[in-house]
Ligand binder design. Structure first.
Ligand code: NAD
Length: 298
């Protein structure tokens, strides 16, 4: 049993903290939102009134927050209250620069730390089936691995500080580009009089095969569980896809990498969001692509 503080009990953090409780750990949580605190209390998390209370005398602190600025703010605060040696893990999806900055804060405070963003979405969080991409020292990784295993089914140590965020951003740039490509292929097929099922049957067993097609097909029918069959309810919100694509472009600019397809996907999702579709599933992009005028004028 490990004494854990969990900060950020939202759509992802709430079920992740619940899985740590189920695995037998003592979890104290804090969130700014009363609704999130109440939901966490129902799943056995002991809710604190402030970060300072939540993190005292714990062996590990996990944060699951919206963006880099929140993580910097919260780590700066919590490191003033933890004992040296406490393991600090951030599982939010944030920019590599902020991730490396907070690793630096932790090092100064004498605390080992990990960046450990996830893929698998809210369904994966609820099922304890997330994939964790982890950056940090070997020592920090071996201390944190069993805790991540209580929330996920695949844990990959990607390298030193920031490597987990780098892996997450690269993976999600592939996802954004591949979904846009699959949507375009279905739109072209429609114009050519080819049925959705025929394109799916060919491409899913040919060189066009990819996750966006076979697990998340953007048209209803071929993959019954994909959000296209549920009026594009998320799933994975388009605004989160845009967030990750913007992080990839920020990282590309900072590192001098050339990513024209990632840049194009970011532009498409930015237009999709501006047209009011940010809360839809990201595969709903196909509906914008069918309305070619919106894309041409974007
Ligand atoms: P969310 O908005 O549901 O949860 C974030 C929580 O952080 C909120 O409850 C908010 O009140 C809390 N918070 C913000 N500032 C705080 C502070 N100073 N102190 C305490 N609590 C604070 O977001 P989410 O969907 O749970 O996503 C969390 C992170 O996981 C994001 O970085 C997101 O990009 C990433 N992510 C999300 C998904 C997904 O499908 N939702 C999938 C993979 C990764």
């Amino acid at each position: 049993m490990t004494k854990i503080a969990f900060i950020g009990l939202g759509n992802m953090g709430g079920p992740m903290a619940a899985n740590l409780v189920k695995a037998g750990h003592a979890v104290t949580g804090f969130d700014l939102s009363e609704a999130s605190r109440n939901a966490a209390a129902k799943s056995g998390v002991s809710v604190a009134g402030a970060i300072s209370q939540a993190v005292r005398e714990t062996e590990c602190v996990i944060t699951m927050l919206p963006a880099g600025s929140h993580v910097i703010y919260v780590w700066d605060e919590l490191l003033g209250f933890v004992d040296p040696g406490t393991l600090i893990i951030d599982s939010s999806t944030i920019d590599v620069e902020s991730a490396r900055k907070v690793h630096g804060f932790a090092e100064k405070a004498g605390c080992p730390s990990l960046d450990a963003p996830v893929s698998g979405g809210t369904a994966g969080a609820a099922a304890g089936a997330l994939t964790f991409m982890v950056g940090g020292s070997d020592g920090a990784f071996s201390r944190g691995k069993h805790l991540l295993e209580a929330m996920g089914k695949k844990i990959v140590h990607c390298g030193d500080a920031g490597a987990g965020q780098a892996a997450k951003i690269c993976n999600n740039m592939i996802l954004g580009v591949s979904m846009a490509a699959v949507c375009e292929a279905f739109v072209l097929a429609e114009r050519l009089g080819l049925s959705h099922q025929a394109l799916f049957d060919v491409a899913s067993t040919s060189s066009g095969q990819c996750w966006s097609l076979t697990s998340y097909c953007p048209v209803p029918g071929p993959v019954p569980a994909s959000p296209a069959n549920n009026d594009y309810k998320p799933g994975f919100m388009a605004s989160l896809m845009l967030k990750d694509l913007m992080l990839s472009q920020q990282a590309a600019a900072a590192s001098g990498a050339t990513t024209p397809m990632g840049a194009q996907a970011a532009q498409l999702y930015s237009l999709f969001e501006k047209l009011g579709h940010g809360t839809e599933d990201f595969s709903g992009l196909i509906r914008m692509l069918r309305g070619t005028e919106a894309v041409k004028s974007g």
